[in-house]
Ligand binder design. Structure first.
Ligand SMILES: [Zn+2]
Ligand SMILES: [Zn+2]
Length: 143
């Protein structure tokens, strides 16, 4: 988790006004990678007390638009947020409990942008999601 001053720097660097909800949400996303909105609201309320759900949604939207957090939404999952932006890493998702882990690109920084057929599109992002069972869930199944 970055100290508050780091979160402030990030906001300033993105030309966003520094507010307590923004600081709290940004810090929460750093501390809880791949957290969904409800978890983030819980963390922010623990920090600031009364904060409306809408306010947290608005802050998440602003931070995502500014590129400070990345929003991921695996099929069938609620949106989740993380602070690891800009490296186009992938995710592995457990089919059973929904836990998410980061997977680095195995070849280069953005290899999956090279589509075998781009259909004339100018492609700027590729989203890869690996699906399977996490260790905890596979242990439960086999026992
Ligand atoms: Zn699992
Ligand atoms: Zn991630």
């Amino acid at each position: 988790m970055p100290p508050t001053s780091d979160a402030e720097q990030l906001l300033r660097g993105a030309d966003l006004r520094v507010t307590r909800p923004r600081l709290a949400v940004l810090t929460a996303v750093y501390a809880h990678p791949h957290a969904d909105t409800d978890s983030i609201i819980g963390v922010v309320r623990g920090e600031l007390g009364e904060v409306s759900t809408q306010a947290v949604y608005d802050v998440l939207r602003a931070l995502t638009a500014a590129g400070l957090v990345r929003r991921i939404e695996p099929a069938g999952s609620v949106p989740r947020y993380e602070s690891r932006v800009g490296d186009n890493h992938h995710h592995v998702v457990c089919r059973s409990c929904g836990v998410i882990a980061d997977v680095d690109c195995s070849v280069d920084d953005t290899p999956c942008l090279t589509a075998s057929n781009d259909h004339g599109f100018s492609i700027d992002e590729a989203e890869v999601v690996y699906w399977g069972m996490c260790p905890a869930c596979s242990t439960t199944r086999s026992s």
